[in-house]
Design a protein around this ligand. Structure first.
Ligand SMILES: *[C@@H]1O[C@H](CO)[C@@H](O)[C@H](O)[C@H]1NC(C)=O
Ligand SMILES: *[C@@H]1O[C@H](CO)[C@@H](O)[C@H](O)[C@H]1NC(C)=O
Length: 356
């Protein structure tokens, strides 16, 4: 009798799994309370913003007519597109209806091959003090990619204009890879220096950016931060975490959400694990080797990479060009006048610094 019950249960389970094989089963583990709310739907939307910012066709991107711009994220208005050609950086600011927020997205690296960039990450030093936070150290290259290029003034200006026009709506900052590192510095800047109270962060496959003391400050100041990692993605493992040198080592800020697959025979189930408040949960991505580049380039089924790896290059239609000039270094900002939808090209003459 008991045995038959078990068999029946097994049959039901097998059918459940079998019947839903086409669908996605998601298990959510909660380890600690007080985690910032992780919203799967929001993640699948934001990953597409983090993806579109890689586009090198600025006409498509600025007018939001790219193939990737449709669907989930169609209710979006671009406000400013910032291109720092000197440092090969790209970011944009716009407003969306769902989530109802100002969206800021940063592009990851495009300068040379992804392999080279990842190899370099092994050697990044904690080489600069974060201003105003005693003993907090960060990597100078990531810090200055945001703070010491045309990117920061472009972003802050666009955020101010968006708030003038749309009122005091929340801000969501996102980015993939190095774009995630820049997104983190941007969110902290908005919180600390611009006194923004409603800043949310979601990054995809970002590297470590600072030490444990920095991570502590960061998570207090920007508690609504989610750092999504994927399977064996190598980048979240870098720069390396050295357990034996707690004062010298990099340390992720919380909260990680680790995506991984559980295989049951031919069936594969996707798991989204909400990790602990330490930032370095040993049962999340740190529980695996983390040696995959391909896991770095696709999150939630969305490609996150430049279509071609080549020296920083952009494509711009004559519609944008005729409005524009560039500064000596060739950096520029495409701005939308919010009251009248006419494209206006502005230059930012203050590019300096050499990040990375
Ligand atoms: C999750 O995010 C989506 C997209 O922004 C939103 O529509 C939904 O209401 C959110 N769910 C919760 C529980 O906040
Ligand atoms: C910013 O760039 C300038 C010019 O390259 C440099 O002198 C300065 O030290 C940089 N500042 C930081 C914080 O990196």
């Amino acid at each position: 009798m008991e045995r038959r019950r078990w068999l029946l249960l097994l049959a039901v389970l097998a059918c459940l799994f079998g019947c839903s094989a086409g669908r996605e089963l998601r298990f959510k583990h909660k380890i600690h309370n007080h985690s910032p709310v992780y919203n799967h739907t929001l993640a699948t939307i934001l990953v597409r913003y983090a993806s579109t910012v890689y586009l090198s066709d600025l006409t498509e991107l600025f007018s939001w007519t790219c193939d990737e711009c449709n669907g989930l994220i169609k209710d979006f208005q671009m406000i400013e597109l910032i291109v720092d050609i000197q440092h090969c950086l790209q970011a944009y600011v716009g407003v969306a209806t769902d989530p109802n927020a100002i969206i800021i997205a940063f592009r990851g690296t495009q300068e040379h091959s992804i392999q080279n960039w990842i190899e370099d990450l092994f050697w990044k030093q904690l080489d600069i003090d974060y201003p105003g936070m005693p003993d907090a150290m960060v990597h100078h290259g990531f810090y200055s990619a945001y703070h010491n290029t045309t990117i920061r003034p472009g972003i802050l200006n666009a955020v101010a204009r968006a708030k003038e026009f749309y009122g005091d709506i929340g801000i969501i900052v996102t980015g993939h890879s190095m774009g995630g590192a820049m997104a983190s510095f941007c969110a902290l800047d908005l919180r600390v220096n611009q006194k923004e109270n409603n800043v949310q962060v979601m990054t995809f496959g970002q590297p470590r950016i600072g030490n444990a003391i920095f991570a502590t400050y960061y998570s207090k100041l920007v508690p609504k931060s989610i750092r999504i990692t994927n399977g064996n993605d190598v980048v979240p493992h870098l720069p390396p975490y050295y357990t034996h040198f707690p004062q010298k080592t990099y340390h992720h800020f919380p909260r990680e959400v680790w995506l991984y697959n559980i295989g049951l025979g031919s069936l594969v189930y996707k798991v989204e694990k909400i990790c602990d408040a330490s930032g370095e949960d040993p049962t999340c991505s740190r529980s695996v080797k983390g040696n995959s580049i391909s896991d770095h380039l696709v999150y939630f089924g969305v490609d996150l990479m430049a279509k071609t790896w080549r020296p920083c290059k952009i494509v711009m239609g004559p519609g944008l060009l005729e409005h524009g000039r560039t500064d000596l270094e060739g950096n520029f900002v495409l701005s939308r006048d919010l009251a009248t939808p006419v494209l206006k090209l502005k230059t930012r003459p203050d590019a300096r610094g050499k990040p990375l």
